[in-house]
Ligand binder design. Structure first.
Ligand SMILES: Nc1ncnc2c1ncn2[C@@H]1O[C@H](COP(=O)(O)OP(=O)(O)OP(=O)(O)O)[C@@H](O)[C@H]1O
Length: 266
């Protein structure tokens, strides 16, 4: 596999003075961000705030009109084999007779990913990726017979099959119930022992328990090196009241919103 000159102490992602515009509409402005090796960062923010766009820039799928983005010290396209990506909408026909293992093997075929001629090794790598996400028992199960949460794990295994150093996930829990969400973030926390994670999420309650840092994206970026979501941050990011963002039951569960409440009461 091609190596980089990047060392563990360098930021794995560095975004400098970045602007991005779609057809004359600026959606990201003056964004600066450093993601360290081993970080587990949540990108939160309102609909249309630019989170997916920023992920696509990190993947090298889009180019900024101004500023610079480096992944492992290089333009992202040069290190795509070190990046695993779980997109927001994974389109897969549930009636298609394809197993979980087949889906994971597709990760070996993705553009820019290394292709090995050794099919037996590929199967071992795919089984290993399924094992990492506790899905090895379901390797031969058809994808259409899995639950939403199980399917999402398979897509993560597909992203992990090339052993990336960086895993980017775009709203991975959108089709998972709240209990499933907790299990899902526990899984990500475990994976974070070996891989740096950036996850776009609207799960404000759950994420602060698991992530190490938070970036709020609403055209501009507000980055916190600690997993602390404050009332000020929410008020800046979300065009609605604190109660709308964090209903009372979230406050009483004692996760993140007690700080929100304090700020709100001041
Ligand atoms: N391909 C595109 N062409 C033109 N405009 C786009 C395109 N993709 C996104 N946009 C616009 O850019 C803005 C940011 O979109 P983006 O998908 O990055 O936001 P987001 O924060 O991920 O939103 P959500 O939470 O709803 O997924 C939105 O106004 C969106 O309409």
């Amino acid at each position: 596999m091609r190596s980089t000159n990047h060392t563990a102490s360098d930021p794995i992602i560095q975004v400098t003075d970045l602007d991005f515009t779609y057809n004359g509409q600026r959606v990201l402005e003056d964004v600066n961000l450093e993601v360290g090796e081993g970080d587990f960062i949540a990108m939160i923010g309102p609909n249309g705030g630019g989170k997916t766009t920023l992920l696509k820039l990190m993947l090298g799928l889009l180019k900024p009109q101004r500023g610079r983005i480096r992944v492992m010290g290089e333009p992202a396209v040069r290190v795509s084999h070190h990046i695993g990506y779980v997109p927001q909408d994974v389109h897969i026909n549930r009636r298609f007779p394809i197993t979980a293992l087949d889906v994971v093997l597709m990760g070996k075929l993705a553009p820019g990913k290394r292709w090995s001629a050794n099919k037996a090794q590929d199967r071992r790598d795919a089984m290993d990726a399924l094992d990492r996400i506790d899905m090895a028992d379901l390797a031969q199960r058809r994808i259409g017979e899995l639950s939403g949460g199980q399917r999402q794990r398979v897509f993560i295994a597909r992203a992990l099959v090339t052993r990336p150093r960086l895993l980017l996930l775009d709203e991975p829990t959108a089709s998972i119930d709240s209990r499933g969400q907790t299990e899902f973030y526990q899984l990500l926390k475990r994976l974070n022992r070996d891989v740096t994670i950036v996850v776009v999420s609207h799960d404000l309650l759950v994420i602060s328990t698991y992530v190490k840092s938070v970036a709020c994206v609403n055209r501009r970026l507000h980055y916190h090196r600690q997993a602390e979501i404050t009332g000020d941050m929410l008020e800046t990011m979300y065009p609605c009241t604190v109660e709308e963002v964090c209903p009372v039951e979230l406050v009483t569960h004692g996760h993140l919103p007690h700080r929100v409440l304090q700020h709100h009461e001041e």
